[in-house]
Design a protein around this ligand. Sequence first.
Ligand code: ADP
Ligand code: F6P
Length: 320
Amino acid sequence: MIRRIGVLTSGGDSPGMNAAIRAVTRVALASGIEVMGIRDGYKGMINGDFVLLDKSHVADRLDRGGTFLGSARLPEFKDDEVQQKAVEMLQANQIDAVVVVGGDGSYRGALALTKKGINCIGLPGTIDNDIPCTDYTIGFDTALNTVVEAIDKLRDTSSSHHRCSVVEVMGNHCGDLALYSAISCGAEIVITPETGFDESEVLERLKYLDGTLKKNHAIVIVSEKITDVDSLARKISTHTSFAGRSTILGHVQRGGSPTANDRVLASRMAEKAVDLLVKGQGGMCVGIINNEITATPIEEALSQARKSRKHLYRLFDRLV
Ligand code: ADP
Ligand code: F6P
C-alpha cells in the first residue's frame, strides 16, 4: 500500500506540466495519499528538495505555463550511485512511488528507480511530441498554437513585401511541430528530419512558386538542427526574386498558458498515473492512443519507433 507519492518535472519544461502536477496532487489526495512535490527534477530528488503539497498549493496553477516545481537536467543521474542516493533520499522521506513528467530521458531515470524498488510512472511532458506509445505529449498542442500564431503574423508582413519567411521551430529531431504547423498555416515548404534537406531543391521550388505560380510570399518551416536558417534566407534573396527573412522562434514555443486540450490531456494522464501506482504498478508510461488513455512498460516504449507521419506528409504535399 502506498501512503505518499512524489511528483517531479524533468527535462525541458512544457505548458501543461502544472496541470499534471495539480491533477496528480488532487487525485492522490482524494484517494487518501499524500503528495510530495520534488523541486527541479532529479536534482531536487538527490538534494532532498521536497515540499508537501496540499490542495491549496496547486490552486491557480492550471492555467500557468512552465512548472512551478521547476525542472532541471542532471546528466549524473545515469550513474548507479547517484540513483542509489535518490532511492535513499526518497525512503528517508517516506516517498513510496513517484510520478515523473518529462521526455524519454526522464523516463530512463524513472525506469532505473523502479528497478531499484521505487515504483515510478512516466507522463510525456514535452513540446516535441517525440515520445513513442502516445499520439500526443503534454505541451505539444500549446506549442503548436504558439507557432501557428507567430507564422500567421509573419505571413501578413511577408505578403506585403514579396518576402519568403524561413521559420525555425523546435522539435529536437522530431518534425511534428514543423509538420503540424505547416499544415495549419498553409506553408509552402516544410523541412524536417523526416523530409531531409536539399538546398537546391528548395531554391528551385521557390523560383517555381514565384515565376510560374506568381505567389507574392512564401513560408518555409524548418525543424531546428537541420540547417542555418539565416544563411538559407540569404541564399533565397540571392537566387530567387523573393527577399528572404529568417525567424528563429526559440524558447517562446515552450511558454504560455496551456491550451484546454493540454490541460485535459495532462489531467487525464495524471489520473491514470496515480491509479497505476495505487495498483502497485511501476516502470510504465502513460499515453493517449485514439483518445484512450493507455499504459505501456517504459522499456517497451523506449524500444519502439514513433508512429509514421507519412499520411500527414502526403496530405501536406497535396495541399500546396
Ligand atoms: P527529456 O526528459 O526531456 O528527454 P533529457 O534527455 O535532458 O530530457 O533527460 C532529463 C533528465 O533525465 C536528465 O537530465 C537526467 O537527469 C535523466 N536521464 C536522462 N537519461 C537518463 C538515463 N539513461 N538514465 C537515468 N536518467 C537519465
Ligand atoms: O525538448 C524540448 C526542447 O525545447 C527542444 O525542442 C529543444 O531542442 C530543447 O528542448 C532546447 O533545450 P534547452 O532548454 O536546453 O535550450
